[in-house]
Ligand binder design. Structure first.
Ligand SMILES: [Zn+2]
Length: 152
């Protein structure tokens, strides 16, 4: 096998070991951005490991992306140094996962908002929602909330 995402270090210990002081409470913590000169404009997500600098706009989806950005290492090298590369070699590296862009977020928001609008319209015209509809609506709400938290 190759890259093992489960083997990535926990975000909190990883970022602390990287010398970052995590401030604040909750899932998103504030810390220093070492990529543009040390101001406390970086936010890191202790659940996913995602990080984004509010100043220089560098960002990534996990601790692996942070490792690559901070060391300049490629995907395999960074994964290996984090103990998340479980094969010694001949298979080609997987494609670097694409970051979830703001454009992607807008696209998801648009389709989830449309779904919610359709459900609301059904209710307005007296159409009952099925339990599947309700479950899907909750998924939509979770996705919208997730994006709202990611792009505060
Ligand atoms: Zn920065």
């Amino acid at each position: 096998m190759s890259f093992d995402r489960q083997a990535l270090p926990e975000p909190e210990s990883y970022y602390e070991n990287a010398g970052l002081i995590l401030q604040g409470r909750g899932k998103w913590r504030t810390t220093t951005c070492h990529f543009h000169g040390g101001r406390t404009t970086m936010r890191v997500n202790l659940e996913s490991g995602a990080w984004v600098c509010m100043s220089c706009a560098l960002k990534g989806g996990d601790v692996l992306a942070y490792e690559m950005q901070s060391t300049g290492a490629d995907f395999v090298t960074a994964a290996r140094s984090l103990g998340a590369w479980t094969h010694d070699g001949r298979t080609p590296a997987p494609a670097t996962p694409k970051a979830f862009s703001a454009r992607d977020a807008l696209s998801v928001l648009a389709s989830e908002a449309n779904l919610a609008a359709v459900a609301a319209s059904n209710l307005a015209y007296g159409t009952q929602l099925t339990s599947d509809d309700l479950a899907r609506l909750q998924t939509a709400a979770q996705r919208i909330n997730l994006i709202r938290e990611t792009y505060p």
